[in-house]
Design a protein around this ligand. Structure first.
Ligand code: GZL
Length: 361
C-alpha cells in the first residue's frame, strides 16, 4: 500500500472516530497548478507526486511543465503537487523539504543546478521516498540517492552543433580561424550549460576557431539580449553567436539588429551567424527565416517518460538508472544532410512550413 494511502486510511479512521465524538473534518492534500484537484480534496487512492520545477524561463520550460501537468492528472490517478522555484535553487530545495513533510509517494526533481543536493536527497532517502530526476541532472556523492534520471545528452547536442558549423565552413571555404565566436551561457552550473559549452570548447580546440568570450544569458530572452549587447561592446568583430537556448537567441537577434548587424551565414561579408538549442517553434521559425543557422533539439516532453518510470516502479519492475532521449538537429536547408558524432550519423532536418505546423511546442 502506498504511503499516502496508509496516511489517508489512518486519517479516515481518525476522522470517523472524531465524527462519532461530534467533531472531525478530513483534510486531503490539494495541489497547486493542477486544476483537476485544486477545487476538491485529492482522491486518497491517488499517487501523490511532488514535482519541483525550475521556473518559467523559456519556451522549453513552459512546454516541459505542460507535459508534466498533462501526464499527472487526477483522471490518470495522480495528485500532483507542483512547485515552481522561479530559478532559485534554495526555493527548490525548500520545496523538496516540504514534499518530505507531506509524505508524498514520489519526488520528481528538475534541478536548476547540479550541485548542493546531497543533504536534502539524503533526507528524502531516509524518508523512503523515491526520487526521479528529470531534464537537468544532479551531481551527488551517492547515486543511490536518485532512483532514475531521464533527460538529454547536452554534450552530444553541443557536438552536433559544432559538427554542423565545421561542415558549413568546409562547404563554403570559410577558414576555421576566421570564426570569432561568442557564447551566451545558460544558467551557470546547470547540466545544459555545462554540456553545451564544453562541446563548444572542444569544437574550437579541434577545428581552430577563435573563442572571444562569454556572457550570462540565464536561458531567458531578456538576459540574452543584455548578454548580446555586452558582447557586441566587447567584441565588435564577432561573427558567430553560440546561444545556449532559443530564448537567448531571440534576445540576441533583437540586440544584433538594434546594433545594425546583419544576421545570416555570409560571414565573409560581415554577417553574424547564430547557433541555438531547444528547437522551440519560434526558434525553428527563425531558422526558416535565416536568423538562426542551426537549432539543435532538446526535447521537453518528459511527462510521459516520468509517468512510465513511476508505473514500472509501482509494479515492482526494474527501471533504467539513466535514460537520455534521442533528439534531432535542424537547419534552413538540407545543404548539410547530416552530421557525425562519435561515428553516429544524425540527419539534419530542413525547416519547412509543414514541419512548423506539426511541432507540438
Ligand atoms: C535543457 C533545459 C534547458 C533548456 C532551456 O534540458 O534544462 O532549460 O535548454 C531551459 O530552454 O531553460
Amino acid at each position: 500500500m502506498k504511503r499516502t494511502r496508509k496516511a489517508a486510511a489512518a486519517a479516515l479512521l481518525i476522522a470517523a472516530a472524531s465524527f462519532l465524538y461530534g467533531c472531525g473534518k478530513g483534510q486531503g492534500s490539494t495541489s497547486k497548478n493542477s486544476p483537476e484537484t485544486s477545487e476538491k480534496t485529492a482522491d486518497d487512492t491517488a499517487l501523490t507526486i511532488g514535482f519541483a520545477q525550475v521556473g518559467e524561463e523559456s519556451d522549453w520550460r513552459r512546454a516541459n511543465s505542460e507535459s508534466i501537468l498533462n501526464a499527472f492528472t487526477a483522471e490518470n490517478g495522480y495528485n500532483l503537487l507542483f512547485e515552481d522555484a522561479q530559478n532559485d535553487p534554495d526555493v527548490q530545495m525548500a520545496s523538496v523539504q516540504k514534499f518530505i513533510q507531506e509524505g508524498v509517494d514520489y519526488i520528481v526533481l528538475e534541478p536548476i543546478i547540479e550541485t548542493g543536493w546531497d543533504p536534502i536527497l539524503k533526507e528524502v532517502k531516509e524518508a523512503g521516498i523515491p526520487v526521479i530526476v528529470a531534464d537537468r541532472n544532479v551531481a551527488v556523492s551517492d547515486d543511490s540517492l536518485v532512483t532514475a534520471w531521464v533527460g538529454s545528452d547536452w554534450l552530444l547536442e553541443g557536438a552536433k552543433a559544432c559538427e554542423w558549423l565545421n561542415e558549413y565552413c568546409r562547404k563554403h571555404d570559410i577558414p576555421p580561424t576566421s570564426l570569432k565566436i561568442v557564447n551566451i551561457q545558460g544558467t551557470i552550473g546547470s547540466s545544459p550549460q555545462i554540456g553545451r559549452d564544453a562541446a563548444l570548447r572542444m569544437g574550437a580546440g579541434k577545428y581552430g576557431w577563435k573563442m572571444l568570450g562569454t556572457s550570462k544569458g540565464e536561458f531567458t530572452q531578456a538576459k540574452g539580449r543584455e548578454a548580446m549587447d555586452d558582447l557586441i561592446g566587447r567584441f565588435p568583430d564577432l561573427n558567430v553567436v553560440y546561444c545556449d537556448n532559443d530564448n537567448e537567441a531571440y534576445g540576441a537577434i533583437e540586440a544584433l539588429e538594434e546594433a545594425g548587424k546583419t544576421i545570416g551565414t555570409d560571414l565573409e561579408n560581415g554577417e553574424v551567424m547564430l547557433i541555438s538549442f531547444d528547437a522551440a517553434r519560434q526558434g525553428l521559425s527563425y531558422v526558416k527565416e535565416g536568423k538562426i543557422a542551426c537549432d539543435v533539439e532538446c526535447n521537453p516532453d518528459h511527462g510521459p517518460r516520468i509517468r512510465e518510470l513511476i508505473g514500472k516502479l509501482e509494479r515492482g519492475e526494474t527501471v533504467e538508472k539513466e535514460q537520455a532521449v534521442s533528439e534531432q538537429i535542424f537547419a534552413r536547408t538540407d545543404e548539410i544532410e547530416s552530421v557525425t558524432v562519435s561515428d553516429q550519423e544524425y540527419p539534419v532536418v530542413p525547416v519547412t512550413d509543414e514541419l512548423l505546423a506539426e511541432r507540438t511546442y
